[in-house]
Each structure stands twice: as structure tokens, then as C-alpha cells.
Design a protein around this ligand. Structure first.
Ligand code: ADP
Ligand code: 5GP
Length: 221
């Protein structure tokens, strides 16, 4: 794995727009893989097992926790959610992959940050609590009881904002998307991620990726 590999956590209270923003990010940055979490919650209409989540039973989930198969896991809104170690392995094994996006809650973000300090963490905020409730209802895939439970927990989640490296308010989707893209581009520009190009420039006269590979064959995975 090269130093150019970006691990990015996107968190938010439910309904603030992470899933929507993540979908757009994947179109713009196809070399970033999306981590597919395990969950014990029921699939929403249109959700595909293995693509949106690995849907699993509670007993199986707890067996995997006991077996040490999760990088992190947490109980969120009464269901269990976790990131398997296999997801990171998948990213490592995928040719051309330059990073992975994790859509996880603040508890999971805290656990991964403790293990992988270089991970970049972003918290998405709704523009208002009123708008958050509107978006939760607008998703129309959950009962009013589930909507209210998620809305009640939102404030507690937002109180953890200072755990994160970046905060992005998702008011207008295009603006939030531009902010998020800027975070990715800025993080990719860190000197230690770009060092091979500078070294290649010094040694071969060009900073192009092929030249970097000639100068540092170890970068090829
Ligand atoms: P999350 O993944 O954070 O739970 P979603 O991405 O599912 O949230 O968004 C919740 C709802 O809000 C969806 O119906 C989505 O289309 C809508 N939504 C997301 N971002 C915006 C925005 N900037 N303006 C208006 N509606 C939005
Ligand atoms: P949803 O049920 O709306 O898909 O997700 C509910 C919450 O669970 C969101 O805050 C989401 O970020 C979080 N979540 C999803 N996958 C994981 C995971 O693997 N680990 C943790 N800790 N939280 C997750």
C-alpha cells in the first residue's frame, strides 16, 4: 500500500445526507472504494445485500465480534453495525484503489481513529434541526417511530462534533459536495502522500506517475 492511500470516515446524524454525498463522491473519485458495513437492521426498499450493507443476524454478528473480525462496531439506533477487517483487505487487494470511504457513526469513528490515527474524519451537519426532521421524514422508508428515535439521538451525536477533523454543513447539496471534494483533494496533496512524485522529479526529471514507479518500484502493488 502506498502513502497515497486515503482512508476517509464520513459521519453524521441519520438523515443529514451522508449516503447522498457518498454516492456523488464515488462518481467523482472512482478510485476510492466504499466500505460495506455489516448490520443487523432490516434492509430498506432498494438496498442490496453485499452492496449497501452485509445484512446479518444478531447472533452471527456477535459471533464475528467474538472472533475479532471487526475493526470497529457499535450499537446505533437499536441495531448493531460494524466494519469488518475484510473490508480493508479488499481495498488493499484492489488494483488501482487509492483509498476507502467509511460511512460510520461517531462511536466507530472514535474506535478507528484510535487504531489508525492518520485516517481523515469528516462530520456532516444538517443546516437546522427542522430540516433534519424533514429529511428523515422525506426518506419515507421508515415509520414515524423510527424517525423520532433517530431525531432524538441526533443531538447527542452532534455533541461529538469535536472528534472530527472537518465539519461540513449540508445545506445546498452542491456546496456540501464541493466542500467534501476539497477535503479529499487537500488531504491527497499532503507532502507525505505526494513525496514519491517530488522524489521522481528530482531523480528522473518528471513527476509523472510512471516516472515515480520507475524511481520507486515498491509503489506498485
Ligand atoms: P444519511 O445517509 O445521512 O442518513 P441520506 O443521504 O439518506 O442521509 O439523506 C436523507 C434524505 O435527505 C434523503 O431523502 C436525501 O435525498 C435528502 N437530502 C440529502 N441531502 C440533501 C440536501 N442538501 N438538501 C435536501 N435534501 C437532501
Ligand atoms: P442507517 O441505518 O441509516 O444506514 O445508518 C445508521 C447509522 O449507523 C449511521 O450513523 C451510520 O453512519 C452508522 N453506521 C453504518 N455502518 C456503520 C458501521 O460499520 N459502524 C458504525 N459504528 N456505524 C455505522
Amino acid at each position: 500500500m502506498s502513502g497515497d492511500f486515503l482512508l476517509l470516515i464520513l459521519s453524521s446524524p441519520s438523515g443529514a445526507g451522508k449516503t447522498t454525498l457518498t454516492k456523488r463522491l464515488r462518481e467523482k473519485f472512482p478510485d476510492l472504494l466504499f466500505s460495506v458495513s455489516h448490520t443487523t437492521r432490516q434492509p430498506r426498499p432498494g438496498e442490496v445485500d453485499g452492496k449497501d450493507y452485509h445484512f446479518t443476524g444478531r447472533a452471527e454478528f456477535e459471533r464475528d465480534v467474538a472472533g475479532g473480525r471487526f475493526l470497529e462496531w457499535a450499537e446505533v439506533h437499536g441495531n448493531l453495525y460494524g466494519t469488518s477487517l475484510a473490508e480493508i483487505e479488499r481495498a488493499r487487494a484492489t488494483a488501482g484503489c487509492r483509498g476507502m470511504i467509511f460511512d460510520i457513526d461517531y462511536q466507530g469513528a472514535r474506535q478507528i481513529k484510535a487504531k489508525v490515527p492518520e485516517i481523515v474524519t469528516v462530520f456532516i451537519l444538517p443546516p437546522s434541526m427542522e430540516e433534519l426532521l424533514k429529511r428523515l421524514r422525506g426518506r419515507a422508508s421508515e415509520t414515524e417511530e423510527v424517525v423520532q428515535r433517530r431525531y432524538t439521538v441526533a443531538k447527542k451525536e452532534i455533541e461529538h462534533y469535536a472528534l472530527f477533523d472537518y465539519l461540513v454543513v449540508n445545506d445546498r447539496l452542491d456546496d456540501a459536495f464541493e466542500h467534501l471534494s476539497s477535503v479529499i483533494l487537500a488531504e491527497r496533496s499532503r507532502w507525505w502522500r505526494q513525496a514519491p512524485k517530488a522524489e521522481a522529479l528530482l531523480r528522473t526529471g518528471t513527476a509523472h506517475a510512471e516516472a515515480a514507479l520507475v524511481a520507486f518500484p515498491g509503489l506498485a502493488r
